[in-house]
Design a protein around this ligand. Structure first.
Ligand SMILES: Cc1ncc(COP(=O)(O)O)c(C=O)c1O
Length: 411
C-alpha cells in the first residue's frame, strides 16, 4: 500500500503538534558511556556531538545501579542458563525460577503478601486498574497522576471518575463523602512521587481516609499507589513514599524496576487474593511476555544490594548529593521547591528562558530536561534535574557553576 492518503493526514497532525509546541523533540542517541573514574561520574557521548562528554542530569537511574558489574554479571549468567528472552507469556511456558524469586523478594521488600511482575510499570498499571475497576466502581484520582493511570482509567470505564486538585486532601475527602451509595467499590489512585516536581502524596493521610470510609461502601475503598519514582530511591531504606510518610494501609503498590532499581520491568505488590485475581484477569500479564529471566535476576540482585550496608551507603550518598544540589541552587539565588526527592525542579517560570537555559547547559556538557506548557501549567516552566548516586560532588558543583554562568549571561 502506498499510504498516500493516510501519510498526509498523519503529517498534518504532527505539524499541528509542532506548532502547538506539544510535539516531542528529537531523541538523543547515546553512543558510548565513559565509565566513572576519580571525582568524575559517568559521561555520555551523544550522536551528533562526537567528542563531547555530557553529565547526565535527566536519568531515572537514581542509585546508578545500571552500571554495576554484579547486576550485569547475574543477568548474563541467567541468560546463559535460560536464554536471552522468556519465549512465551507466563501461562504458556514463560515462567522461570528467576521470575518467582523476584516476585517473592519484592513482596518481602515491601512487606506485602505477594508480588506480580509485568513487562513495565505502565503495563502493571493498565493490567491492575482495568481488572480492579468494575462498571460499578467510583474512581478518585489526583489531577497530576501519571499518564499510565489516566489511560488505565479510560480503558476501565468506571461508573464515575472524580479528579481532585493536586494533593488537595479536602477535595479527596469531599469526593469520598459525596459518593457514598453511588457505587459499590471505590478506588483511590495516586502517584507516590509526582515525577515532574519530585513532590509526594501524603500517603499516611490518604490511607487513613480510605480506612475511615471503607465500611461505607459495599465493596470497600481500595488505595492504589504508583510509586515508580519512589521505590528503591526514596525513604531511609529505599521503600519509597510509603516509608517516607509512614503510611499504613496501601492496598496495591505499583513500581518500576527501570528507575531506582536500575534494571527493567514493572511490578505490583499486594494481598494474595488480589494477585490470584489479577493472574486470571490482567490482560497485560496474561497476553504479554514478562521481562527476561536475566533481567529478573538482575532486579533481585539490585533489591538485595539496597538492603545491604553498601546499599544504605548508596542511599545516603544520593540524599547528600540531592541536598548539595538543592542548597547550591538556593545559595545561588535560584528558585526550587521544597522536598527531599532526587527530582529537583529549577523553577524558571518562563518558556523562552527555560529553552535558553537547557540549550546553554547542553552547550556546556550538561543534559537536563526543560518542561514548559502544556506539560506543566503556564507560569510553572521549569528544568527538571534528576540527581543520581552515580554523580560525584564535583559533578554537582560543575552543574551549579554552569547554571550560575548561564544566569549571568543568558537570563
Ligand atoms: C509515575 C510513573 N509511573 C509509571 C511509569 C512507567 O514506568 P515504566 O517505564 O516501567 O513503564 C513512569 C515512567 O516515567 C512514571 O513516572
Amino acid at each position: 500500500m502506498p499510504l498516500t492518503k493516510i501519510k498526509n493526514v498523519l503529517a498534518n497532525e504532527i505539524e499541528v503538534m509542532r506548532s502547538n509546541n506539544t510535539a516531542k523533540g528529537d531523541e538523543m542517541v547515546v553512543e558510548k558511556v565513559v565509565q566513572a573514574s576519580g571525582d568524575k561520574g559517568p559521561r555520555f557521548i551523544i550522536r551528533g556531538f562526537e567528542g563531547k562528554e555530557f553529565i547526565r542530569m535527566n536519568s531515572n537511574s537514581y542509585l546508578g545501579l545500571s552500571f554495576r558489574k554484579d547486576l550485569k554479571e547475574v543477568a548474563e549468567e541467567k541468560a546463559e542458563k535460560f536464554g536471552a528472552g522468556p519465549g512465551a507469556v507466563r501461562f504458556i511456558s514463560g515462567t522461570y525460577t528467576t521470575h518467582i524469586e523476584l516476585e517473592e523478594t519484592l513482596a518481602r521488600f515491601h512487606g506485602m503478601e505477594a508480588g506480580m511482575l509485568f513487562s513495565s510499570a505502565y503495563m502493571a498499571t493498565l493490567g491492575c486498574l482495568s481488572s480492579l475497576i468494575s462498571s460499578d466502581s467510583i474512581v478518585i484520582s489526583d489531577e497530576l497522576n501519571h499518564n499510565c493511570i489516566i489511560n488505565a482509567i479510560r480503558m476501565s470505564r468506571p461508573k464515575e471518575k472524580l479528579i481532585y486538585p493536586h494533593l488537595n486532601m479536602d477535595s479527596l475527602r469531599k469526593a469520598l463523602e459525596e459518593k457514598v451509595g453511588a457505587g459499590k467499590r471505590v478506588l483511590v489512585i495516586t502517584d507516590g512521587i509526582f515525577s515532574m516536581r519530585g513532590d509526594h502524596a501524603p500517603l499516611d493521610v490518604i490511607a487513613d481516609m480510605c480506612k475511615e470510609f471503607d465500611s461505607k461502601y459495599e465493596e470497600g475503598v481500595l488505595l492504589v499507589v504508583d510509586d515508580s519514582h519512589g521505590v528503591g530511591a526514596f525513604g531511609e531504606n529505599g521503600r519509597g513514599t510509603i516509608e517516607y510518610t509512614n503510611a499504613k494501609g496501601v492496598d496495591v503498590l505499583i513500581g518500576t524496576l527501570g528507575k531506582g532499581f536500575g534494571t527493567n520491568g514493572g511490578y505490583l505488590v499486594t494481598g494474595k487474593s488480589i494477585v490470584e485475581y489479577l493472574h486470571q484477569k490482567a490482560p497485560t500479564y496474561i497476553y504479554s511476555n514478562p521481562i527476561s529471566p536475566g533481567e529478573a535476576a538482575s532486579a533481585k540482585k539490585a533489591i538485595e544490594l539496597i538492603d545491604s550496608p553498601e546499599g544504605k551507603e548508596i542511599l545516603k550518598r544520593l540524599r547528600s548529593l540531592t541536598h548539595q544540589f538543592k542548597q547550591g541552587l538556593i545559595d545561588n539565588g535560584f528558585e526550587t521547591l521544597p522536598g527531599e526527592h532526587p527530582v529537583v525542579p529549577l523553577m524558571i517560570r518562563d518558556t523562552r528562558k527555560t529553552a535558553d537555559t537547557v540549550k546553554f547547559l547542553k552547550e556546556n556538557g550538561v543534559l537536563a530536561t526543560g518542561l514548559s506548557f502544556p506539560v506543566v501549567p503556564k507560569g510553572d516552566e521549569e528544568i527538571r534535574f534528576q540527581i543520581s548516586a552515580e554523580h560525584t560532588p564535583k559533578d554537582i558543583q560543575t552543574v551549579l557553576d554552569v547554571l550560575t554562568e548561564c544566569k549571568k549571561t543568558c537570563w
